[in-house]
Design a protein around this ligand. Structure first.
Ligand SMILES: Nc1ncnc2c1ncn2[C@@H]1O[C@H](COP(=O)(O)OP(=O)(O)OP(=O)(O)O)[C@@H](O)[C@H]1O
Ligand SMILES: [Mg+2]
Length: 366
């Protein structure tokens, strides 16, 4: 089923929880809603499920408006953050419950519930009560119960949030496989951008009720359209550094001192239309910064604040005057705390934002 949100808004006493959101989820697509706490993810999901009524705007399922369709008749299965499974029922009965409510005969119920349990690999626990399961196993019961209904849409609200880091990553793969097999339209809510990128066909980034950008994981990484998305996607996300445009169409930034950073010709030409002195923001991803101990041309001077050795790479926390930025360096990198370093970056991998829009020429994906 295809879902379309048209100028969808939900206001609660003074809070614009969802603010004129337009979004299309194609049939069979897995789309994530991602954003910080309170940005309106759950409210959007509840609107789609019919658990909230829009303040304005409309939701369409396969082109038909559903505002007046009761939640029970929308054929969506919602998996909540705090999965409500019944403690007094066995795993099997919990999974089969939606079928019983729908009047499916017992034999068929058991068959379908067992299939769903096998799918999420909890078939060995069918006779247990939820109290005898780990958090991750319970989470799977909730998923199996959603699968067994064979809905037209899955709505999942941080379904992995109660799991430990290792299990989260495991279940991430399970959910992805489940989607590839069942191809049911899925809207998945998470505040974890890595999880969203890893699982989704497309990711919708929200902040303060407003949809900031929708795109494939590569679109978001290679072409963040505004500073907010740039500073949210990536781990760690992009560094955003204040600059002003110099007379020579170079950039005078935090850390450049009296010198300027020269830009690629194309980009400099693009910036020619701007008046010298214009405020701009230079975006550089931590993975594109090289840290040198000796002064370099076109570099930013920074001070080493801390090192985070992560095995595959070292994150270097740096102070650019009073602003903290991050660089990802090769394993084994060391430096004295407080020492001066010089940062360089390939000119083709930078982004330049003016107020809030991306000025850089066509973003390239691999
Ligand atoms: N029933 C309600 N009454 C009043 N305000 C509400 C209600 N539900 C949500 N809000 C407000 O709407 C905004 C969006 O909430 P929502 O639950 O959609 O955020 P979220 O993105 O899911 O956050 P989280 O990641 O913390 O779950 C918040 O400011 C919240 O306080
Ligand atoms: Mg929420």
């Amino acid at each position: 089923m295809e879902i379309r949100l048209e100028n969808l808004s939900k206001h609660f006493a003074g809070v614009k929880a969802v603010d004129s959101v337009n979004l299309e989820v194609k049939t069979g697509e897995f789309i994530s809603l991602v954003g910080p706490s309170g940005c309106g993810k759950t409210t959007t999901l509840r609107l789609i499920a019919g658990l909230e009524t829009p303040t304005s705007g409309e939701i369409y399922f396969d082109g038909k408006p559903v505002s007046r369709v009761a939640p029970s008749r929308r054929n969506v299965a919602m998996v909540f953050q705090s999965y409500a499974i019944y403690p007094h029922m066995t795993v099997l009965d919990n999974i089969a419950f939606p079928l019983e409510a729908r009047g499916v005969a017992k034999k068929e119920r058991v068959k379908l519930a067992k299939e769903a349990a096998e799918f999420v690999r909890i078939e060995q626990f069918l006779d247990r009560k939820p109290g005898q399961l780990s958090g991750g196993q319970r989470q799977r019961v909730a998923l199996a119960r959603a699968i067994v209904r064979q809905p037209s849409v899955y709505l999942m609200d941080e379904p992995l949030s109660n799991l430990d880091a290792k299990l989260r990553v495991l279940m991430r793969a399970e959910l992805k496989r489940m989607h590839q097999k069942l191809k049911v339209t899925t809207v998945y809510v998470t505040h974890d951008q890595v999880e969203a990128m890893a699982m989704s066909d497309r990711v919708a980034v929200m902040n303060e009720g407003i949809l900031q950008q929708v795109g494939t994981p590569d679109d978001l990484y290679y072409c963040p359209q505004n500073q907010w998305v740039a500073g949210f996607i990536g781990s760690p996300p992009m560094n955003l550094i204040e600059c002003t445009l110099s007379e020579t169409a170079g950039l005078k930034c935090l850390g450049t001192g009296e010198s300027t950073i020269t830009l690629e010709e194309g980009l400099a030409a693009e910036l020619k239309e701007k008046a010298p002195g214009s405020k701009l923001v230079l975006g550089v991803r931590p993975e594109h910064l090289s840290v040198h101990k000796e002064r370099k041309e076109d570099s930013l001077e920074a001070e080493v604040y801390a090192l985070e050795p992560l095995g595959e790479h070292v994150i270097v926390d740096l102070l650019l005057q009073d602003m903290m930025i991050k660089a990802k360096t090769a394993p084994g990198f060391t430096a004295e705390m407080g020492s001066k370093v010089y940062l360089t970056f390939p000119k083709e991998s930078i982004y330049i934002y003016d107020q809030d829009t991306l000025l850089t020429r066509g973003c390239s994906s691999p």
